[in-house]
Design a binder for this molecule. Structure first.
Ligand code: ZN
Length: 198
């Protein structure tokens, strides 16, 4: 039985397809949106469209940005000879929030997973190697401590070490399979400071 009108059903369906939103939350959001003043709904819809149209990958580190080069890569006060490799933009944001890391980043947009059929060419690895043609002192591998994250870390280290660049891995102690995003800043800093040579 159709509980609601087609338009509401469609809205609930679209919202429920978003990550972390179950069907109950989707219903609650849908009814909230319908009760909002039209102007507010239009602003929300427009900001989604604007973000989609204007946000792109930084041409150096592949984080999301409005410009060709993101503010971190464009910042001359950062140490461009130290590159921290993370799986996704949320991980970058987590480290950035600590305010204690002054190097730059490289976002892989995923991790190697033979089980899911994700290989080295499916993540931004080639792009990382290209950056290493410039002067780089250290690559800090901060992929998750999941099986995929560890596989990726090992793969990258094997590629980079012969280039004579120092490769380190953030200390374990970051919960296994834990999303970096949900780990508190103290734990992240400890993981960064306690990084080990690979
Ligand atoms: Zn960047």
């Amino acid at each position: 039985m159709e509980l609601y009108s087609g338009h509401i059903n469609k809205l609930i369906e679209e919202l429920a397809a978003l990550p972390g939103i179950g069907s109950k939350s989707a219903q609650r959001l849908a009814f909230h949106l319908i009760n909002m003043p039209e102007g507010k709904v239009k602003r929300l819809a427009q900001s989604i469209l604007d973000a989609k149209e204007n946000v792109r990958y930084c041409s150096r580190c592949y984080t999301l940005t409005d410009k060709e080069i993101c503010p971190i890569c464009a910042n001359h006060n950062r140490n461009h000879r130290v590159i921290m490799v993370v799986e996704n933009v949320r991980d970058l944001a987590a480290y950035e929030k600590t305010g204690k890391y002054d190097g730059v980043y490289h976002v892989l947009h995923g991790a190697i997973s033979p089980m899911l059929g994700i290989g080295p060419s499916d993540i931004k690895l080639k792009e990382l190697l290209q950056r290493l043609q410039e002067e780089v002192d250290e690559v800090i591998i901060a992929t998750n401590s999941s099986l995929e994250g560890e596989t990726t870390a090992m793969y990258i280290s094997k590629l980079i070490k012969p280039m004579g660049i120092r490769v380190t891995r953030i200390a374990s102690g970051v919960p296994v399979g834990g999303d970096l995003e949900y780990i508190d800043e103290v734990t992240l800093l400890r993981a960064l400071e306690g990084r080990v040579e690979l």
